[in-house]
Ligand binder design. Structure first.
Ligand code: PMV
Length: 314
């Protein structure tokens, strides 16, 4: 049996992308209800499992001989959960785009685990994360697990390589606008680019990575104190430092500047860069709504890419 509905969060990296690769800490935030899955039994129950997520252009039959990575990942999660592997149709409603650095694969495997695990396990974060990792390994080889943790837990989490995750207690909710640039990017290529720049100019780039790590420590304190002004300033600094690493692009800089010009407190690229997404920190839901309309007016081409949306993080 599958449960009829389950959900999971998308994620953004608030602060600390790239420097986290070199052992510095990072902060990630869950984008709530990033993906909602609904399941219903198919007549006869014998047919292959079906998965449809229109926002991600996904319409798949999950069969053992499928080579599609999404099908393979889903079957791994279902097997881990001892769930059914035939006879159900699963439909997904996604608020986050796929392949844009917002943790779509982890959201899928976490929500699927919650559909398929026995009741008590489905309510235990550790079990859900472990089940989701069976799917994440199909997509990412040997992932750190951060995306699954934040997809399952939501809120803000702090993490560092080789250390566990820690929930960060926010003094006040964060109002974020997530802007997909529509520009494709590959995390591995961008991570390799940073490494090459660091190898060429270690005395220059190491201090930038150190500074990004220090930003995370200071940013966490700002979150815990509810000091939104300090957080916004640190977000702006992080965007500039990521530019120094070579992972920003003119369109990302223009989008960030426009968001701030239209009332956001601060904005930065999030994740690997090169394209993908930005986010803007806003004062309240009203400010977030006006930033969203200003982005659509200033950059009509954004309308063609996945939608800009507001998320509250608590
Ligand atoms: O793939 P993305 O966009 O979620 O970003 C990955 C974050 C990096 O720090 C750039 C890479 C990593 O492995 O942590």
């Amino acid at each position: 049996e599958l449960r009829s509905e389950a959900e999971a969060c998308g994620k953004i990296i608030l602060l600390g992308e790239h420097s986290v690769v070199y052992g510095h800490p990072a902060l990630a935030a869950g984008l709530s209800r990033g993906l909602i899955l609904r399941a219903r039994p198919l007549d006869g129950r014998g047919g292959a499992m079906e998965l449809s997520i229109p926002a991600w252009d996904l319409d798949l039959r999950l069969t053992a001989d499928s080579e599609h990575p999404v099908a393979r990942a889903c079957l791994e999660v279902l097997a881990y959960c001892d769930g059914p592997v035939t006879g159900w149709r699963i439909e997904g409603e996604a608020k986050i785009p796929a392949r844009a650095g917002l943790g779509s694969s982890a959201a899928l495997s976490v929500a699927l685990a919650r559909l398929a695990l026995p009741e008590a396990d489905a309510r235990t974060v550790e079990t859900v994360v472990a089940a989701s990792m069976a799917g994440e390994r199909v997509f990412h080889g040997d992932p750190s697990g951060i995306d699954s943790e934040v997809a399952a837990r939501g809120g803000v989490i702090a993490f560092a390589r080789g250390e566990g995750v820690e929930a960060v207690r926010l003094r006040s909710p964060l109002h974020l606008v997530v802007v997909p640039s529509g520009i494709p990017r590959q995390t591995g290529v961008l991570v390799a680019g940073v490494r090459a720049r660091r190898d060429r100019f270690p005395q220059v780039i190491e201090p930038v990575l150190e500074a990004l790590g220090a930003l995370v420590v200071r940013g966490r304190a700002a979150l815990e104190a509810g000091d939104t002004a300090a957080l916004a300033e640190l977000i702006a600094v992080a965007h500039e430092l990521l530019g120094a690493l070579g992972v920003s692009r003119p369109p990302l800089d223009a989008l960030a500047a426009h968001a701030v010009g239209e009332g956001a407190l601060g904005a930065k690229l999030t994740g690997a860069g090169g394209g993908g997404c930005l986010f803007a920190l806003c004062d309240n839901p009203g400010a977030a709504a006006s930033v969203i309309s200003a982005m659509a007016e200033g950059f009509p081409e954004l309308a063609a890419s996945p939608r800009t949306r507001a998320f509250a993080v608590e």
